[in-house]
Design a protein around this ligand. Structure first.
Ligand SMILES: [Zn+2]
Length: 311
């Protein structure tokens, strides 16, 4: 596929989807303060579930029912950050609660989520676990990786966790495969794409896998930054800003700050994930995933997963 021209004569595009796992007041904000100073607007995800029996702040992180956490998230939105969806909560919720969580998201942020990613431990994950893959790879995945069949059933009609129709109606882009290289468009030139075998998701996007701080530092190394600029591609980093980016006194890891500052001086288009995907979709539409492209993504991702682990 031909390289895309980026707005304002920028040479490449860059974004981050921050998975909200572990995030609670004090352990992630310094990353955003640095991004903000660098002029980079990205995407921060949340768990908007609300109701009895749910924990606003705990070991897993905070939900939007944590008033202090929510205050900062709303401030991020005011500053131009996209708020994304990371399933309703950190454990599985039934359809009624998922619908309430989506309503709550709309109430808090003014619209339905544009982007989402599945949370590994939410049973209502959509086409997740072995369902990310087609046979025979799904069987291989069950044998080698998964906790058992049927662990993610958000797309399975008849399950109490089913919410596929809500996802189709209310969410534009869902993250799927992650890869080890910085240029996500080179890893997945078809994104955003619709997979006719997974109809409840309107469009999927891929990402550059940087699970924790150490992975992020590797992904954004000087050599990788220069390669991204040279390729003219687009990078969507998938990471967890609450995973070791910020120390106990609230200070951002020095190497992360140094790398973000360096990247920000390059002629990149630094926008939230939803803005980036909307731009690509407006230029060349949502592509329909072919069987050959699906096979290429699935094999490469499974190899990455077996080598690197989570993601
Ligand atoms: Zn997660």
């Amino acid at each position: 596929m031909a390289a895309l021209p980026w707005p304002d004569g920028k040479r490449f595009a860059f974004s981050i989807f921050d998975d909200t796992d572990l995030a609670r007041p004090g352990n992630y904000e310094a990353a955003y303060e640095c991004l903000y100073r660098c002029g980079m607007r990205t995407t921060k995800s949340v768990w908007p579930a609300t109701g009895p029996g749910l924990e606003p702040r705990g070991r897993e992180g905070s939900t939007c029912d944590d008033a202090e956490y929510l205050r900062y998230v709303l401030e991020l939105q005011r500053r131009g950050y996209e708020i994304g969806y990371h399933n309703a909560y950190h454990t599985g919720l039934h359809r009624g609660q998922v619908e309430r969580a989506l309503d709550r998201f709309r109430e808090l942020f003014g619209h339905d989520p544009v982007t989402m990613s599945n949370h590994a431990l939410s049973r209502e994950g959509i086409y997740w676990g072995a369902a990310r893959l087609s046979p025979p790879l799904s069987t291989l995945y069950r044998l080698l990786v998964a906790r058992g069949p049927g662990s993610h059933v958000g797309h399975v009609v008849g399950s109490p966790y089913f919410w596929g129709d809500l996802c189709q109606r209310r969410i534009r882009y869902v993250r799927n495969f992650v890869f080890g290289r910085i240029d996500t468009l080179a890893s997945c030139p078809w994104m955003p794409y619709h997979d006719p075998a997974r109809p409840y998701v309107n469009a999927w996007y891929a990402a550059a896998h940087a699970q924790h701080c150490a992975h992020f530092v590797d992904m954004l190394s000087e050599a990788h930054q220069d390669a991204l600029e040279a390729s003219g591609g687009a990078c969507i980093v998938y990471t967890h800003f609450a995973a070791e980016f910020v120390d106990a006194s609230g200070r951002l890891h020095a190497r992360v700050r140094q790398l973000l500052e360096r990247l920000s001086r390059k002629p990149g288009w630094f926008v939230p994930v939803g803005t980036l995907l909307d731009y690509i979709a407006a230029r060349r539409g949502i592509s329909r995933l072919s069987a050959a492209a699906r096979q290429s993504l699935e094999w490469r991702w499974l190899a990455h997963k077996l080598l690197v682990g989570a993601g």
